[in-house]
Design a binder for this molecule. Structure first.
Ligand SMILES: [Zn+2]
Length: 284
């Protein structure tokens, strides 16, 4: 499935899980040919833990059990699935000097979880970076039936809605990033994939404080673009770039105050004023 065991990707949920050694068949059921995961928790989940549980369901959705086969433990290191001391020893020796398969993407994804933002924003950003949001191209891949023309982007109509298009390449999204760059008095090449964009965006300053600010800005923009997209698609609402920018500034300012990332007494009025330059303030 991934580079990392699922228990390490969702450590909190793993600690809340009742039976940590449950087999697949004890962790869900078949409902009309579809496998439904049903985990048992030690207590009622908090709202943000429920969002995390949703993220877990999406995370493991690519793993579909085989209805005709019985569960069994397999030792992955040998071809026949049987455990042997020799292969265990080899595994142990290898684990001492072999790095994880994709340390770069793990490190990048981990940056989402300590950003100074509410948890729901972290979940959206994380799903966006893993291309796990329900964009139209992903729905088509999952065989969700869309009507003729429904797979197109709502912002510009004639492009298929992929995450890269929706968040970066769509003219409306580009206007949003351009406006943010002007506020930061910064311009850069615009990468056309989400992970490259995130990497470049958060690495333009120096120090933890600057990185936190840039993470909050990037994640807030992604979260609000996704919200606007849903309001536009499902409620027919039209949105304006300028209003979105004002909302990004307002929310990021309050998160930096709440999550203690601002470390300053800059007032909201100053923060939002035309003269305030983010780049000189944060040494971008
Ligand atoms: Zn578009």
């Amino acid at each position: 499935m991934g580079e990392k065991p699922t228990s390490l990707v969702f450590p909190r949920l793993f600690s809340l899980c009742v039976n940590k050694n449950a087999s697949i068949e004890e962790s869900g059921r078949w409902a009309g040919g579809t496998w439904v995961w049903e985990f048992q928790w030690r207590r009622e989940l908090f709202e943000w833990e429920k969002e995390m549980a949703n993220a877990l369901t999406v995370f493991i959705s690519e793993c579909v059990p085989n209805a005709g086969k019985k569960d069994e433990w397999r030792w992955k290191r040998s071809k026949d699935g049987r455990f042997s001391t020799k292969s265990a020893f080899e595994t142990f020796m290898e684990s001492r000097n072999v790095p994880p398969s994709d340390p770069e993407s793990n490190t990048l994804l981990a940056k989402v979880w300590d950003a100074p933002t509410p948890h729901k924003v972290q979940v959206t950003a994380w799903r966006c970076l893993r291309n796990r949001l329900a964009t139209c191209d992903n729905l088509v891949k999952r065989k969700v039936g869309l009507e003729e023309g429904e797979e197109w982007c709502n912002g510009c109509i004639w492009r298929t809605e992929t995450a890269d298009h929706l968040f970066l390449l769509c003219p409306k999204a580009q206007q949003v990033w351009d406006a943010l760059e002007r506020w930061m008095v910064y311009s850069s090449a615009s990468p056309s994939t989400i992970t490259q964009h995130f990497t470049l965006f958060i690495n333009r300053g120096r120090g933890k404080r600057t990185e936190n600010l840039l993470k909050a800005l990037w994640m807030c923009t992604i979260w609000l673009l996704w919200k606007r997209r849903n309001e536009s698609r499902f409620e027919g609402k039209v949105w304006e770039v300028q209003n979105l920018i004002a909302e990004i500034k307002g929310r990021v300012w309050s998160w930096l105050v709440i999550f203690n990332g601002l470390d300053t007494d800059v007032s909201f009025q100053v923060w939002c004023s035309r003269e305030f330059s983010l780049s000189s303030y944060f040494n971008l």
